[in-house]
Design a protein around this ligand. Structure first.
Ligand code: GLU
Length: 284
């Protein structure tokens, strides 16, 4: 299977270390399968967008050496979302409200299969969230859920690896794929990186990828660390400690597994990878 994958950060602040991990896993799946890795900038939330953060996203991917094959900005693709909304309006599956917003006319969440956690059945709450969901807001901008699904269809994305915090969203997305008559990509929701038992917020200093770059951390050490947060080789022994990018490409899909359980941010472990990579580079 050839995978088209994407990482989809919102330009609303620092580049989160969890997004770096998501970027790496999606990059690996694309490289390992001879596919494409897309950077999609989710910039439809006009109130929260911050232009400088777009440069931060590019800086971070450059620093890690994860070059995208294509870059899209959602704010430049409004005609595509409008066309998808028009299709649903024409089919009688959506309605336009008095204020101009477009919403689903009824609609339901749909079951789906997670590559890591297996079959997922919608709860009553998931149906509530999917029913009558807004697609295009009164200001003409699409909501994240709609734009994300329309883009993944339009760009041929067939594998989405993202954080567990999106698992509940996927029920709504599944309903939208059905309404739009498109096949769902494969989804894999990986366990979150936590600190003190909680999801790391964008405001945690340790969550900012640029902080590590500015502290002089080796980017390959960072990648090796990120690989082992949420992925493990099928046969784990000493030879699996150092897995650089090239080796990760050959192991990621067929010789290891992503995990759904959360993993605590381990700064000493990151420091140890950092030392190892610096040492290897000095002696090379
Ligand atoms: N913009 C969303 C985020 O930042 C993308 C989530 C997704 O991968 O669909 O979390």
């Amino acid at each position: 299977m050839t995978y088209t994958t994407r990482v989809a950060p919102s330009p609303t602040g620092d580049f989160h270390i969890g997004t770096a991990r998501t970027a790496y896993f999606n990059w690996l799946a694309a490289r390992a399968s001879g596919g494409r890795f897309i950077l999609r900038i989710d910039d439809t939330d006009l109130a929260r967008n911050n232009h400088a953060s777009i440069y931060v996203i590019h800086d971070c991917l450059d620093w890690l050496g994860l070059a995208p094959d294509a870059v899209y900005r959602q704010s430049h693709r409004r005609d595509i979302y409008d066309a998808a909304a028009a299709k649903l309006l024409d089919a009688g599956l959506a309605v336009r409200a008095d204020n101009g917003a477009v919403l689903m006319k009824g609609g339901a969440a749909a079951p789906w299969h997670d590559l890591i956690s297996g079959d997922q059945l919608p709860s009553a709450k998931a149906h509530d969230l999917a029913r009558d969901q807004v697609l295009i807001k009164a200001d003409g901008m699409p909501v994240y859920h709609f734009a994300s699904v329309v883009d993944d269809i339009d760009l041929g994305v067939n594998l989405v690896i993202r954080g567990m915090d999106h698992l509940t969203n996927t029920f709504r997305h599944a309903g939208l794929y059905t309404a739009l008559g498109a096949a769902m990509p494969d989804f894999a929701h990986v366990g979150l990186i936590t600190m003190d038992g909680k999801k790391m917020s964008k405001r945690d200093a340790a969550a900012s990828l640029l902080g590590y770059r500015d502290d002089g951390v080796d980017p390959d050490g960072m990648l090796n660390y990120l690989l082992r947060v949420g992925w493990g080789p099928r046969q784990d022994d000493k030879s699996m400690k150092i897995i650089d990018r090239d080796r990760a490409v050959s192991l990621f899909l067929d010789h290891g597994k992503m995990r759904a359980s959360p993993a605590a941010m381990d700064l000493p472990k990151l420091a140890s990878f950092d030392r190892k990579y610096k040492h290897m580079k000095r002696s090379a």
